[in-house]
Structure formats: C-alpha cells, structure tokens
Design a protein. Sequence first.
Length: 106
Amino acid sequence: MVISVAIIANDSAPLYLNVNEKESSRRFDIQMFIYCSLDIVDEKVFGANKTLELYLGPLISDQNFKSFGYVTSTNVKMIIVTEIGDTSLKDQDIRSVSYLLEFYEK
C-alpha cells in the first residue's frame, strides 16, 4: 500500500505532500524519509551515473519504509513511499502511476 506521495519542485520546495490517514501519527517520520530519498534522487539525476529514464526505481529503504522515485524533464520530482514489508506492489506496478488516482481522491 502506498502510504505517502510527494511532489517536489526543481528547487526542492514541496509542491504536494499527502500521507495516508492511517499513517498520520508517523507523518514527521515519513517527511524525513522523503527528504532522505531526495538526496538519492539528486545523486541519480546529477551524479556521475546519470540516468535518462524518468522512473528512477527504488531509492532507499529503512526498517519501516521504502521509496521509489520519478523525475520529469523539468526536474520536478515525485517520491512514492510504501511500507517495507509490502509485497503487494511490484516494481512494474510502481512504474505505472495510474493506480495512484485512488490515493489522490481521498
């Protein structure tokens, strides 16, 4: 299950951040995890091993969360956070963002 979605501007200012209502007690932890994920995004986008693909794949995981990233051609970043033990979402599911519509509608 996706527990958070964040859209970050090219200057690293948050444009949108939504945390699932069930996880609202861990909102601060999720926000800090998103900022850690942004460091990995910057390494993948601006580092020596630049990627040309918009989907960056899995970024980072800890004992609670796992993050996936997208970046647009204008360097707007999208971070998706799931629970670490969630096996229902596969990499190809995360790659196709269409299932996130139900998350936005809540």
